[in-house]
Design a protein around this ligand. Structure first.
Ligand code: SF4
Length: 139
C-alpha cells in the first residue's frame, strides 16, 4: 500500500541527510588536510559531533517518530560491546579529563586497563559524557 506522506518525508529526510553528510565530509577532509596539531583534530571532531546533533534534530523534525527505547534509566546499549570511532573516543576522553573528579578519572583509568564488559563511561547507570557521547550512541 502506498503512503504518500510517509514516502515524501522519507525522501526529504534522505535528501537532507545526503546534503548534510556531504557538507560534513568536505568540512572534515579540508580540516584534516589543514590540521597542524592534535588540538586541531579535537576541534574538528567537536564540529563533526555538533553537525551530527543538528542532523539528528533535523531528522526528528522531518520524520516524526517516537523514540524506540532510549530514555533516562535505560543502560542496555551501554552494557553491550560497541565499536567507537577513535576520533570520538579521543573526544570522550578529553571531556572526561576536563570534567571528572580525580576519583572518577582514576576509576575510568582502571576500567580501561581491565577490559570491562560494559562501556567504561557508564557510571551509576548513566552516561557520564552524555553531551559528548560518540555518534554510535546517538543512533
Ligand atoms: S558513551 Fe555513554 S551512551 Fe555511549 S555506550 Fe558509553 S555510557 Fe552509553
Amino acid at each position: 500500500m502506498h503512503h504518500p506522506s510517509t514516502s515524501q518525508s522519507e525522501s526529504s529526510a534522505l535528501a537532507y541527510m545526503r546534503a548534510r553528510m556531504a557538507e560534513a565530509d568536505s568540512m572534515f577532509r579540508n580540516g584534516l588536510a589543514a590540521a597542524a596539531q592534535p588540538s586541531d583534530i579535537l576541534k574538528l571532531s567537536r564540529t563533526l559531533l555538533d553537525i551530527c546533533t543538528e542532523v539528528s534534530d533535523g531528522l526528528n523534525s522531518i520524520c516524526k517518530v517516537s523514540p524506540v527505547a532510549c530514555r533516562s534509566g535505560c543502560d542496555t546499549c551501554c552494557r553491550s560491546l560497541i565499536q567507537v570511532n577513535p576520533i570520538f573516543a579521543r573526544l570522550a576522553l578529553d571531556y572526561a579529563r576536563r570534567t571528572f573528579t580525580p576519583e572518577r578519572l582514576e576509576m575510568l583509568h582502571q576500567r580501561l586497563l581491565t577490559d570491562v564488559t560494559f562501556c567504561p563511561f557508564l557510571f551509576d547507570g548513566a552516561c557520564s559524557i552524555y553531551d559528548q557521547r560518540p555518534m554510535v550512541c546517538r543512533g
